[in-house]
Ligand binder design. Structure first.
Ligand SMILES: [Zn+2]
Length: 98
């Protein structure tokens, strides 16, 4: 088309796992509900959001450095089991489809 669009046209966020910037649409939004990280693929849940690539490697890095706890300003450790399941399912689905 007409090449690169000017900055501001496409919102970017930083992945809390690998710390790389990516288009908001490529990242999965995470919100904290009570003491658990919940995936918010539609971006509709209220509250603070953290962004991560929907990939196990990025999730692992984020969990290891407690990036969600910091990014979501949680008072304590957050449960990431539901999030991990979501990411694993997403990746299985992507690999299964050609
Ligand atoms: Zn990442």
């Amino acid at each position: 088309m007409s090449g690169r669009t000017p900055t501001g046209a496409c919102p970017e966020r930083t992945c809390v796992g690998c710390r790389k910037r990516a288009a908001k649409t490529e990242l999965l939004r995470i919100v904290a509900i009570k003491d658990a990280c919940v995936p918010d693929p539609r971006g509709t849940l209220p509250g603070r959001g953290a962004y991560v690539h929907p990939a196990p490697v990025c999730l692992d890095q984020a969990v290891r450095r407690r990036a969600f706890t910091r990014a979501l300003r949680a008072p304590g450790a957050l449960d990431t089991n539901a999030l991990r399941q979501y990411v694993e399912q997403t990746n299985v689905a992507e690999q299964a489809t050609p």
